[in-house]
Design a protein around this ligand. Structure first.
Ligand code: ADP
Length: 186
């Protein structure tokens, strides 16, 4: 899985890393935005939360992720989760359901200062990237990410990576940081 505050580069790095490792890339934000665009039941449920910069309720997200990971392609290739878990509760529920399967190798934690993240988000201009919503997303993240990180750290899964600088440099740092974790598998 790949973590980091909004704007830290989870999406950009997640797509690259999944391609590099041959994993299925699974972005909860992208799935929610697609559902909202298609006006599905999930989309109608998620829309007010996403538009306000709030988190979609944990139970909804845990079910959504479990469902998405239960495909033959994911079972065969493995997966990279981008944007999930966002809370300690999501992580606890996810790890409890998957405990002992050895399916989780690492939680890459991209670290970028909040002012830089804010600059990047406001430059990007997605629908939910208005100044008010961005500030709220950053505030929600500041509240949730401490307990989430502590939990993953306790399980020896957290892999911190400096998210400053250009995309290629960050990607190289991720690969270097992941090296010891990847060799556990082979
Ligand atoms: P960002 O990390 O830049 O906020 P994402 O695309 O990851 O962008 O998420 C966009 C929005 O989707 C979030 O603000 C939130 O409303 C919702 N969302 C995505 N993932 C989760 C999750 N795991 N739990 C709850 N809400 C989520």
């Amino acid at each position: 899985m790949i973590l980091g505050r909004p704007g830290a580069g989870k999406g950009t790095q997640g797509v690259r890393l999944a391609r590099h490792l041959g994993l299925v890339h699974f972005s909860t934000g992208a799935i929610l935005r697609r559902a909202i665009g298609a006006d599905t039941d999930l989309g109608r449920l998620a829309r007010p939360f996403v538009e306000a910069g709030e988190l979609v309720p944990d139970e909804v997200m845990v079910d959504l992720v479990e469902h998405a990971l239960a495909t033959p392609e994911v079972v065969e290739s493995g997966y990279l989760l981008d944007g999930f878990p966002r809370t300690a509760e999501q992580a606890t529920a996810f790890l409890a359901r998957r405990a002992g399967t050895g399916s989780l190798d690492a939680a890459i934690d991209i670290d970028l200062p909040a002012d830089e993240a804010r600059r990047r988000l406001l430059g990007r201009g997605r629908n939910d990237d208005t100044p008010e919503v961005v500030d709220h997303r950053l505030a929600v993240d500041a509240e949730e990410s401490g307990p989430l990180r502590a939990l993953l750290q306790r399980d020896g899964l957290l892999v911190p990576v400096d998210g400053r600088g250009d995309e290629d440099d960050v990607f190289a740092r991720i690969l270097t940081a992941l090296d010891p974790h990847r060799s556990r598998r082979s």
